[in-house]
Design a binder for this molecule. Structure first.
Ligand code: SAH
Ligand code: F3S
Length: 455
């Protein structure tokens, strides 16, 4: 009978949350979590499919795990986004994997494990239109620090961007009830967490429409039938005034003015929005099936800047999408120049099997051009980031201390409301404290501070 399990995670924040979910489900069923692969008799690998490189890294990791598996005799289970995509015949025949469980089937894990005689070399990867893991409050064994933690408010995605595999790996969008989200927030508060990050592929399309789930007096003493993302943000920020609240990811086609106004109204909602735009070219946006264009994106950014002038902004960009030409690339650079983001995440386009783009378009842009364009974007962003961060020099920032700086153990690192990383020399403060720090210098990625005073 299996007793000790170990789990490792690749990919996005949602997988980190899912790790905690899996740990909770298994520990509630008398298995014990160990933080050391060599002590485990079951190893779970929580996978990501977003780009070819992610899958390649995981294939390499599987081969490595297989080499120690032979000596250590643990079972290996693959979960997460690759569960629907791997070649079962190959991995089972080679005895590399023992079983596979998809992102909507984690509740079944204990039963599958109990009856492994029958379930060895099997897969359960059915996607569900309902599974939102209600009534499970994840235990926090996996969190890196006890300061900031994630809550997944919706799973899956209905958007069908043509380059994206998520709708196929994670299925339809399923929102979690406000009641369950509030329970998770309370749990984090009781454990001493200071920051909550609300997660969804597209938080702005969050919608809960079950009647009577919310106590009457929560929103302006009126019972609301539908709870959208703006309502949810307001409920949480009111109920937990001492907790910092962040969210990710916003989608330009769904983000409402209401959300921006609620952000402005509540001090504890961080003034930072991650708003992927993917491309500055209308032609490419259309091919990507993004439901906004350049002008709409710029209008949204102008609204954000008007309502919350100190809001920081970041983005995702894909460079070298099918048929992208030099003019499209210049459109992207020009959009960046117009907006001047604080920072960004940029990727070369990866032609992923099963996506709409894979089935219908050709991956026309050669790798060296993708890389060159990516470099242009990185260099431009570095300039913008440096100038943006420079503006903080000589200001005082409120920082939540999240850990010891990786470069120097005598320094703390933390973030301000705008999600900018700040390092400063340690004094008497502790992990999880909010402190005021005077900014004395900057690089393009970090602010350097000097401790001022406790709040
Ligand atoms: N839900 C989010 C994105 C989730 S995926 C949104 O609305 O944008 C995170 C990022 O990975 C995407 O924003 C995109 O920039 C990148 N990405 C997704 N599929 C990709 C692919 N096939 N190639 C390269 N980058 C990709
Ligand atoms: Fe993917 Fe687009 Fe959804 S990027 S996760 S299909 S919003």
């Amino acid at each position: 009978m299996l007793k000790y399990f170990y789990i490792e995670s690749y990919g996005c924040q949602m997988n980190i949350y899912d790790n905690e979910l899996i740990i909770t489900i298994l520990t509630n069923n008398n298995l014990l979590y160990v933080n050391n692969i060599y002590k485990a008799d079951l190893v779970l690998i929580n996978t990501c499919s977003i780009r070819k490189k992610s899958e390649k890294n995981i294939y390499n990791r599987l081969l490595f795990l297989n080499s120690i598996k032979k000596k250590k005799k643990f079972l290996l289970c693959l979960v997460g986004c690759m569960s629907k995509r791997i070649d079962y015949d190959y991995f089972f025949k080679k005895k590399i994997l023992d079983f596979v469980v998809g992102p909507d089937q984690y509740r079944k894990l204990p039963n599958i494990i109990k009856s492994l005689n029958d379930n060895r070399y099997s897969y359960n990867v059915i996607l569900s239109n309902e599974e939102n893991y209600k009534n499970i409050i994840p235990i926090k064994l996996y969190s890196k620090n006890k300061v900031s933690s994630f809550i997944t408010i919706s799973r899956g995605c209905d958007n069908m961007c043509t380059f994206c595999v998520v709708p196929f790996t994670r299925g339809r969008e399923k929102s979690k009830s406000p009641k369950d989200i509030i329970k998770e927030c309370k749990n984090l508060c009781n454990l001493g967490y200071k920051e909550i990050v609300l997660l969804g592929q597209n938080v702005d399309s969050y919608l809960w429409n079950k009647k009577n789930y919310i106590k009457k007096n929560i929103i302006n003493n009126k019972l609301k039938k539908n709870i959208n993302f703006a309502n949810l943000l307001e409920i949480i920020s009111k109920l937990f005034p001492n907790i910092r609240i962040r969210f990710s990811t916003s989608n330009p086609q769904d983000m409402s003015l209401d959300v921006i106004k609620i952000m402005k109204k509540y001090n504890n909602i961080c003034k930072y929005i991650h708003l992927p735009f993917q491309s500055g070219s209308n032609r490419i946006l259309k091919l990507m099936n993004r439901k906004y264009n350049r002008l709409k994106y710029i209008n949204l950014i102008n609204n954000i800047k008007n309502i919350i002038p100190n809001c920081s902004l970041s983005y995702d960009i894909i460079t070298g999408f099918c048929t992208e030409n030099y003019k499209d690339h210049i459109d992207t650079l020009n959009l960046m120049k117009y907006i001047k983001f604080d920072f960004g995440y940029m990727f070369c386009y990866s032609h992923i099997k099963n996506t709409y783009a894979y089935k219908n378009f050709k991956d026309t842009v050669p790798t060296y051009i993708k890389k060159k364009r990516l470099n242009d974007i990185i260099n431009l962003q570095r300039k913008h980031s440096f100038l943006k961060l420079k503006k903080y020099v000589n200001t005082v920032q409120e920082i939540l201390i999240e850990g010891t700086s990786k470069k120097d153990k005598n320094y703390w690192y933390g973030k301000n409301s705008q999600n900018i990383i700040i390092v400063f020399p340690k004094n008497k403060e502790k992990l999880g404290d909010f402190v005021n720090v005077k900014i004395i210098n900057n690089t393009s990625a970090t602010l350097i501070g000097k401790f001022k005073s406790f709040l």
